[in-house]
Design a protein around this ligand. Structure first.
Ligand SMILES: [Mn+2]
Length: 235
């Protein structure tokens, strides 16, 4: 569910290992993966807290970056009927819209001018979705919604200041509990929100159980469907 890098001690090892699995693995891009791609493109504001310098300096850096930028933002798993996405799908979008907006960015990242995309990726605006957004702003909203979203304001706009668990957030609503969600029929598997922990509700499976913070690493068998498996990461 993304964020293969920058969330632990051996980002280079993780990236090489997952890449080596080839067709046996499907992974979607997370905000930290995009942050690495931005750095590789010369647009990242990467600093001391980032732990992917080894990837940028590796002898196979070019191949790893090329592989990573060909990963999708959204994966629709037709066989099991699940949408895989790093943070979630905004309530204003149907699955068809999500596929269209994600695909627009995936095409850019896979194209020869991919580096240029990152010049305009960073920023919290626009926080509110509108079909009238100019292309550059639509793409930034898409990136923010699919890879950074947690809480929404009551008007449906994205909130970026609270990353805690839901009970600590006053008027904010977790995206998957938003009352007028248009994608409640879509089964969604996501990660990203470590403070939320494991959740299964409203057709959403949220799997980030905080491995990087000493919690656990969790997996959900989709075919055949099974109970969530978790392994302890505190050791
Ligand atoms: Mn994330």
């Amino acid at each position: 569910m993304g964020d293969l890098v920058n969330r632990g001690p051996d980002s280079l090892g993780v990236l090489r290992r997952v890449k080596a699995l080839g067709d046996r693995v499907t992974t979607v891009l997370g905000n930290h993966d995009l942050h690495l791609l931005a750095a590789a493109a010369g647009h990242g504001r990467h600093g001391a807290e980032d732990t992917f310098g080894d990837i940028l300096r590796a002898k196979d850096s070019r191949q790893l970056i090329t592989w990573l930028r060909h990963r999708p933002l959204l994966h629709w798993d037709k066989a099991t009927g699940h949408a895989l996405v790093h943070a979630g799908i905004p309530p204003q979008w149907t699955l068809a819209q999500t596929e269209a907006y994600a695909s627009e960015i995936e095409s850019i990242l896979r194209g020869s001018d991919w580096r240029h995309f990152f010049a305009a990726m960073y920023g919290d605006d626009p926080a509110q979705w509108s079909t009238d957004l100019a292309p550059e702003l639509r793409r930034r909203y898409t990136i923010n919604a699919l890879t950074r979203m947690r809480f929404l304001h009551p008007d449906g706009s994205l909130n970026f200041s609270n990353n805690g668990p839901p009970n600590e957030a006053d008027a904010l609503v977790p995206w998957f509990q938003f009352p007028t969600r248009r994608n409640t029929e879509t089964r969604i598997v996501c990660g990203h929100w470590a403070a939320l922990g494991l959740r299964q509700e409203n057709n959403v499976v949220a799997l980030d159980s905080g491995c990087v913070w000493g919690g656990s690493l969790s997996a959900k068998p989709l075919q055949p469907p099974g109970e969530i498996l978790s392994i302890n990461c505190s050791a």
